[in-house]
Design a protein around this ligand. Structure first.
Ligand code: FAD
Ligand code: SF4
Length: 562
C-alpha cells in the first residue's frame, strides 16, 4: 500500500506500457507510485489455470450461458471461456456505450492485457512513420524510425523477442533471440512463395515475445511450447508485466504499487500549467485519495488514458486536459482482420512436429510499396500457421465404431491458413467521448464509442482476401478457400489513437516526446499516442515509446525543465 502521498512519478496502469514506465523510471532513480484499478495477480502463484487441461474444468473450458449473460461483449468472440474467465474486466461494473458496435476487450488487474496478449511483436518502419505526411492524411508523426530504433533495440533486448533477421525495409529487423521454428510445410511454402512472386512476397517466422533461451538473471525459463500463454506462464517465458518489468522495477526498491486504485482525475495546477498529481477512488472502500508527483505517466490503455484526460481539468477546458486542439478522443484506429484463406497441403504424410508452438508465420506487407498504387492506401500483413489435423477433425464417413477410432488415432491432413491484419486510417469522425449520463459502479461517467470502417478499409479487404488465395495457390496449396467472417471495430484488440502525437499543438494532443502539450509533465505512452496504425501489432511500439519518454522525463527533471 502507498503510505506516502508524494512521489517523483506516478504511473497509471500496470499493463504492457505501465510496466515499462515503472521499470525505466525506477531504474533511473525515481521513487514511483504505480496505480492499478484492478486486483493484484501474483506471478506464478495466481496463475490458477496454467496447468489445467480442458477436462479439469466443470464445463470443459467452454463458455456457459451465465458467462455469456455477464459478458455480452466478450461473448461475441473467442476470448470468453472458462479458462480465462476472471481475466477480463467485469462488464456489469464497467459498462460503456456503443454509439456504434465496438468490441472492447479489457483486462483490469495488475499486468493488464500483458497476461493475455498474443505476443506478436513487430517494428513500425520509416514507411509507416512518414505515411501521413507523404499522403496528406491526418497529421504527421513528430518522429521518424531513426528516433525510435534505439528504443526498439532496448525493449527487445529486455523483453526477449524471438525471430529472424530478414533485411526488409518494410519490417525492420531487431534484437532477436533464435526463432520459434517454422515446420516443414511452412518452410516449403515459404520457398515456393518467394519463387512464385519473384522475391517480392515473403513468409517468415512470426516474431513473438516468447523467449527461446533461458534468462536466469530475470528468473525466466525458455518457452516449453505448451501454448497456454493466455493463462499466465509459470516459466515466465513470455513477456508480461509480472514476468519481466514488474520484478525489475521492484528490485530497485523504488516502486510502490497500489492495486484497487481507480485514477479518476489528473489534478491540474492552472497557474503552473502542469499536473500536480492524481485523485483516486479506492475500488474496494470507495474512499478517495490524492497523490502528488512531479511527473505523471498515463498508461491505462488507449481509451482509458484518454478517458482520464477527458475527466480532468474541465474547469479549464470543457473537453478535459489535452483537449485544446479538438483532437482528444478522435482518430480511433484498430486493425481490421478476419479475412484470409486456407487450404490443404499434400505430400507430407510422413512428416510431423513436436510440441504445441505458441507462434506460426508472418507475411509482411507487400502492397502499396515500391511505387505500387492499389485502389486504397496503406497495406496489410498475414499471420498464419500450418499444422496436421488431429483427433478433433471430423471423419464424416467413419463416424462410429472401431473404424473411426482407428482413423482418429492417426494424424489427419496438413492444412494451412492465414488471416490478414489491415491498417485502418486515422479518421476524425471515429471517436470516443464521455457519456456523463451513464455511470459505472463507482459513479464515474463512461465512454461512448463511435467507430466505423471507411471505404479505404473496405477496398483493402478485397485484396486481403484475394491475395491470400493467390499466395496459397501459387505456393502449391490445394483446395484453397477464401475465409471471411464479420469484423467489428475493436475485435483486433489493437485500439489506438485518441490522443495523437504531432508537431503542432493546434492539431495534436501530445508532442514528439509524448508530453501533453497542455501539461508537459503528463506523458501518455500507451496506444492513445499513435498517429497512425501501420498494419503490424502495436504493443512493441508502445514499449519503445514508453522507454524513450521515461528517459526524456528523467533527463528533463534533472535539467529542471519539468
Ligand atoms: C487476446 C489478446 C491478444 C493480443 N495480441 C496482441 C499481439 O499479438 N501483439 C500486440 O502487439 N498486441 C496484442 N494485444 C494487444 C495488447 O494486449 C495491448 O496493446 C497492450 O496490452 C496495451 O498495453 P497498455 O499498457 O496500453 O494497456 P493494458 O495492457 O490494457 O493495461 C492497462 C492497465 O491500466 C489499468 N487501468 C485502466 N484504467 C485505469 C484507471 N483509471 N486507473 C488505474 N488503472 C487503470 C487497467 O486495469 C490495466 O491493468 C492483444 C490483446 C489481447 C486481449
Ligand atoms: S508456450 Fe511457452 S510462453 Fe506460453 S505458457 Fe507455454 S512455456 Fe509459457
Amino acid at each position: 500500500m502507498a503510505d506516502n502521498m508524494h512521489y517523483d512519478a506516478i504511473v497509471v496502469g500496470s499493463g504492457i506500457s505501465g510496466g515499462w514506465a515503472a521499470k525505466e523510471l525506477t531504474e533511473r532513480g525515481l521513487k514511483v507510485l504505480m496505480l492499478e484499478r484492478g486486483r493484484n495477480i501474483e506471478h506464478v502463484a495466481d496463475y490458477v489455470n496454467a496447468s489445467k487441461e480442458s477436462w479439469d474444468y466443470p464445463h470443459r473450458g467452454t463458455a456457459t450461458v451465465e458467462m455469456e449473460e455477464n459478458y455480452p461483449v466478450l461473448s461475441r468472440d473467442y476470448p470468453l471461456n472458462e479458462q480465462t474467465y476472471g481475466m477480463w474486466a467485469n462488464e456489469q461494473e464497467n459498462p460503456y456505450v456503443e454509439a456504434k458496435r465496438f468490441d472492447w476487450f479489457r483486462g483490469y488487474h495488475v499486468g493488464g492485457r500483458s497476461l493475455m496478449w498474443g505476443r506478436q511483436s513487430y517494428r513500425l518502419s520509416d514507411t509507416d512513420f512518414s505515411a501521413n505526411e507523404r499522403e496528406g492524411i491526418a497529421t504527421d508523426w513528430p518522429i521518424r524510425y531513426s528516433d525510435i530504433a534505439p528504443w526498439y533495440d532496448h525493449v527487445e533486448r529486455f523483453a526477449g523477442i524471438s525471430g529472424t533477421s530478414e533485411g526488409l525495409d518494410i519490417l525492420p529487423d531487431g534484437q532477436f533471440l533464435p526463432p520459434i521454428p517454422l515446420n516443414i510445410v511452412e518452410k516449403d511454402v515459404a520457398a515456393r512463395l518467394r519463387k512464385a512472386f519473384g522475391g517480392k512476397r515473403y513468409l517468415i517466422n512470426a516474431r513473438v515475445a516468447n523467449i527461446t533461451e533461458s534468462r536466469p538473471e530475470q528468473n525466466r525459463v525458455a518457452c516449453q511450447y505448451r501454448n497456454k500463454c493466455w493463462l499466465g506462464c509459470p516459466y515466465g517465458a513470455y513477456f508480461s508485466t509480472q514476468a519481466a518489468t514488474l520484478p525489475a522495477a521492484m528490485a530497485t526498491g523504488n516502486l510502490t504499487m497500489r492495486p484497487f486504485s481507480i485514477v479518476k482525475e489528473v489534478l491540474y495546477d492552472k497557474d503552473g500549467k502542469r499536473a500536480r498529481g492524481v485523485e483516486i477512488i479506492d475500488a474496494e472502500t470507495n474512499e478517495t485519495y490524492e497523490y502528488t508527483a512531479n511527473v505523471v505517466f498515463l498508461n491505462a490503455s488507449s481509451f482509458n488514458s484518454t478517458w482520464l484526460l477527458m475527466n480532468s481539468a474541465n474547469d479549464v477546458w470543457e473537453g478535459g486536459l489535452g483537449s485544446s486542439s479538438g483532437e482528444l478522443g478522435h482518430n480511433v484506429m484498430d486493425h481490421h482482420f478476419r479475412v484470409g484463406a486456407e487450404g490443404r497441403v499434400e505430400g507430407y504424410d510422413d512428416k510431423y512436429y513436436y510440441g504445441r508452438r505458441p507462434a506460426g508465420f508472418y507475411i509482411p506487407r507487400f502492397r502499396n510499396i515500391d511505387g505500387e498504387e492499389r485502389p486504397y492506401t496503406r497495406g496489410f500483413g498475414y499471420q498464419g500457421s500450418a499444422s496436421r489435423q488431429g483427433w478433433r477433425r471430423e471423419v464424416a464417413e467413419l463416424n462410429i465404431g472401431a473404424d473411426m477410432k482407428e482413423a482418429l488415432s492417426k494424424p489427419g491432413d496438413w492444412t494451412i491458413g492465414m488471416t490478414a491484419f489491415g491498417e485502418m486510417l486515422p479518421y476524425h469522425d471515429n471517436f470516443i467521448a464521455l457519456d456523463r449520463g451513464t455511470t459505472d459502479k463507482w459513479g464515474l461517467p463512461v465512454l461512448s464509442i463511435s467507430v466505423d470502417l471507411h471505404e479505404n478499409e473496405r477496398r483493402m479487404r478485397e485484396d486481403m482476401k484475394q491475395d491470400a488465395v493467390d499466395i496459397l495457390e501459387a505456393s502449391g496449396v490445394v483446395d484453397v478457400k477464401p475465409t471471411e467472417s464479420d469484423y467489428a471495430p475493436g475485435m483486433g484488440i489493437h485500439e489506438m489513437g485518441t490522443a495523437r502525437m504531432g508537431r503542432d499543438p493546434e492539431t495534436s494532443v501530445l508532442n514528439g516526446n509524448n508530453q501533453v502539450w497542455d501539461a508537459p509533465n503528463v506523458y501518455v505512452t500507451d496506444g492513445a499516442c499513435m498517429t497512425s496504425a501501420s498494419c503490424v501489432n502495436p504493443s512493441l511500439t508502445y514499449m519503445a515509446l514508453t522507454a524513450r519518454a521515461a528517459d526524456h522525463a528523467v533527463k528533463s527533471l534533472k535539467n529542471g525543465d519539468l
